[in-house]
Design a protein around this ligand. Structure first.
Ligand code: KG4
Ligand code: ZN
Length: 327
């Protein structure tokens, strides 16, 4: 069995995964959404303090598994420096106390493997990762052959939802709140420009759209009936930006198996629009179960099983938390 820890942002989570069967034996996550909501975003120092309280509480619940643990895995990159270190320190302590190897897991690889909880992995795969920290397209051949072919030049898809929600006083995280508000709105009421629509680049950008939405919110001058249409038009253009760039990308590399992962992959409008885009290619769409889209330790444990089988361990003095990932 492997114990895995996730603390890269605002979710404290621990999982136990059986190595031979990949079965998830235990998973518990304590989210900090309420605590950060008043600030409209994650406050790193507050998040770190909350991890320091929550992780030991969850750890107490898995003590019965300790004698059977073969390794301890932890998200070591990317994420918030002050929160990653909470998980890494705990993982090192467990590794020393139980004399078992350490596995440092890349959080983005974790999101990819959220597709394969209790399942065999399926590659090759073209994967769109949309989270609070990342918007990128990756070509994946195997655990260790992952190439990023497009990424955001500024804000991420999920982050733009968080910022728009903050402008409207909807709290954090913004994605679910905007999705809910957009449901009954008019998607073409506001004619926001699709980012980079004239650029040949296959890349993403959300800061311009965010600023256009800010002007619309200011113009609404507190008239919250207009927020519904702003949210719907924003969600439409934010998604159209992704589908337009993917359509261009598919001209050179038609998709066979395509996946959407990350917290924002829970967005139903995005899922529906990507489905439409894949139809003419007859491509298969893989999605994570909704409960594994946002940050969790089950996906970290699932990657760790693959790494354990390939004996990819990190010596205790070499395992560092790194806010920026190489992917
Ligand atoms: O993967 P995740 O839990 O954390 C990071 O690794 O960043 O993603 C969190 C992000 C937040 O920005 C949140 O607003 C966004 O995912 N999100 C959504 C939805 N649910 C969560 N964005 C759009 N629509 C949603 N339904
Ligand atoms: Zn994440």
């Amino acid at each position: 069995m492997i114990l895995s820890i996730e603390s890269s942002c605002d979710d404290s989570a621990i999982a136990i995964t059986e190595i031979a069967t990949k079965k998830l034996l235990f998973h518990k996550k304590i989210s900090q959404e309420l605590e950060h909501s008043v600030y409209g975003g994650v406050v790193p120092e507050l998040a770190a303090r909350l991890h320091a309280e929550a992780l030991p509480k969850i750890l107490e619940q898995v003590e019965e598994y300790f004698p059977k643990l073969k390794a301890v895995a932890v998200t070591s990159t990317p994420g918030l420096a002050v929160t990653l270190v909470e998980g890494v320190t705990m993982a090192k302590a467990i590794a020393v106390a139980l004399d078992i190897p350490l596995i440092g897991v890349n959080h983005l690889v974790g999101h990819i493997y959220s597709l394969f909880i209790e399942k065999e992995a399926e590659f090759p795969l073209t994967c769109l990762l949309v989270s609070g920290g990342h918007t990128q397209v990756m070509e994946i051949e195997s655990l260790r052959e992952i190439e990023t072919v497009a990424k955001s030049m500024d804000d991420s898809f999920g982050e733009s939802f968080d910022k728009v929600a903050k402008m409207m006083g909807l709290g954090y995280p913004g994605g679910p709140a905007i999705q809910e508000l957009a449901k009954d709105g008019d998607r073409v009421a506001y004619n926001f420009t699709v980012p980079l629509h004239q650029s040949p680049l296959i890349a993403f950008s959300y800061s311009g759209l965010k600023n256009a939405v800010r002007l619309a919110v200011e113009k609404a001058d507190g008239d919250t009936t207009k927020y519904r249409d702003i949210a719907a038009s924003f969600e439409h253009i934010a998604t159209k930006h992704l589908t337009m760039k993917l359509k261009k990308y598919f001209k050179t590399k038609p998709p066979k198996t395509f996946a959407i992962v990350g917290g924002a992959s829970a967005n139903l409008y995005l899922r529906a629009e990507i489905e439409k885009l894949l139809k003419p290619h007859n491509a298969k769409l893989l999605l994570s179960e909704l409960k594994y889209c946002s940050d969790n330790a089950a996906m970290i444990g699932r990657v760790a099983v693959e790494m354990y089988e390939k004996e990819i361990f990190t010596p205790i003095d070499r395992l560092m938390s790194a806010p920026r990932s190489k992917l």
